[in-house]
Design a protein around this ligand. Structure first.
Ligand code: TRP
Length: 366
């Protein structure tokens, strides 16, 4: 088998920019798929990093599937604590941020309820090597971060499962962050190998392309590399205005009173300026010079006000949605039914291509 070529990040970025232009020209020609692990509520890092980008694609007219990858949660923990609540809260966050399944083009579904995905997983597993699975850089990082001695096989194989999430609907565009690029390259390789082995005359899968969001990544309020709920350094979409103020008050800064934008030399102050810039749509340098010598406490109070104002409509929708469990269930029910219809068709095609359509299943030709 050919080896996986991850290419350079610059080349991926350039392809992603070209893809963005093509999407603008003819959004209806594409199908996007993206998703999240349901591990709790979302925070402002998710909002600026991925959610707003999805909503933007949706509103441009791109059909989009969003997978809630519940099985993936089990790769680095033993039980799915409160998984149902996490799934529920995730859908609330999605809808509050502007994903709109009523448009008929946006479908939100749960992985565990589309059994055809698991049936695609088995043939896909025969198209990858053990060496590829253990070399995946994102999986390696996650193994390290888990701090566990015994790593389950799901940790190594979930990128193949993820390939099934993406390929079942023949997605052509996958909006992702940088850390997901190895998984996407694995997915592209599986699509290529499947077509080469079983679809020479009639390729079954397109090779999906990554679409990188151009939103910069947000650091934690403690200055650590990533905003995350488990590190307790995040402003949650569901936080109240007072909680938001209290969090921002505790944010790490430095001793220099003059506020300047310098992401390398002053990451913490710059991160606050970046958040302020995302809320106000002014550039961070201008904001820094407006604050000048007033210091970090002034920066924090301006940011608190701007962020609370920015999030107010979203939070308002959020609290209304939270009161309506039936609506959330309906969204998932419809999205999952739609995903299953599409997955059934693809599975039938896969069986046909593999010579395994024996005429014993409703999807098989008679
Ligand atoms: N692995 C992704 C994460 O941890 C979640 C995910 C599952 C996903 N399936 C996907 C992302 C398909 C993009 C496409 O965030």
């Amino acid at each position: 088998m050919e080896t996986i070529d991850y290419g350079t990040f610059e080349a991926t970025l350039e392809r992603s920019n070209r893809l963005e232009q093509a999407l603008h020209r003819d959004p209806g020609r594409f199908r996007a798929l993206t998703g999240d692990r349901p591990t709790g509520r979302l925070h402002v890092g998710h909002l600026f990093g991925s959610l707003e980008n999805r909503v933007r694609l949706q509103n441009m007219g791109v059909p989009i599937f969003v997978v809630i990858a519940d099985y993936q949660v089990l790769t680095d923990r033993d039980c799915a604590d409160d998984i149902a609540d996490s799934v529920y809260q995730l859908v609330v966050d999605y809808l509050a941020a502007g994903l709109d399944p009523d448009n008929g083009r946006t479908h939100i579904f749960v992985h565990s309820h589309v059994p055809e995905l698991n049936q695609l997983l088995l043939p896909f597993l025969t198209l990858v090597t053990n060496a590829e699975l253990s070399r995946n850089p994102t999986v390696k990082d996650e193994i390290k971060a888990s701090g566990r001695q015994h790593i389950n096989a799901g940790m190594y194989t979930y990128p193949v499962h993820q390939a099934a999430d993406i390929l079942f609907c023949k997605a052509t565009v996958v909006p992702v962050g940088k850390d997901q690029l190895p998984h996407l390259e694995q997915t592209r390789t599986i699509a290529r190998r499947f077509n080469a082995r079983y679809g020479v005359d009639k390729p079954v899968f397109p090779e999906p392309q990554p679409l990188l969001s151009n939103a910069p990544s947000i650091l934690g309020l403690d200055g650590s590399e990533k905003m995350s709920k488990s590190r307790n350094n995040a402003v949650m979409l569901s936080s109240s205005e007072d909680e938001t103020a209290a969090y921002i008050k505790t944010a790490k800064t430095d001793v220099d009173r003059l506020i300047t934008y310098d992401p390398v030399g002053r990451p913490e102050v710059s991160n606050l300026l970046l958040l302020l810039s995302l809320c106000t749509k002014k550039d961070p340098e201008t904001l820094a010079s407006e604050i000048g010598n007033a210091g970090a406490s002034r920066l924090k109070s301006i940011l608190t006000e701007a962020l609370n104002e920015y999030l107010r409509p979203l939070r308002q929708r959020r609290s209304e949605l939270e009161q309506d469990p039936q609506l959330i269930r309906d969204v998932l029910k419809k999205g999952t039914a739609r995903a299953r219809d599409v997955a059934r068709e693809t599975l039938a095609e896969v069986r046909q291509a593999m010579g395994m359509a024996y005429g014993v299943d409703q999807g098989d030709p008679q």
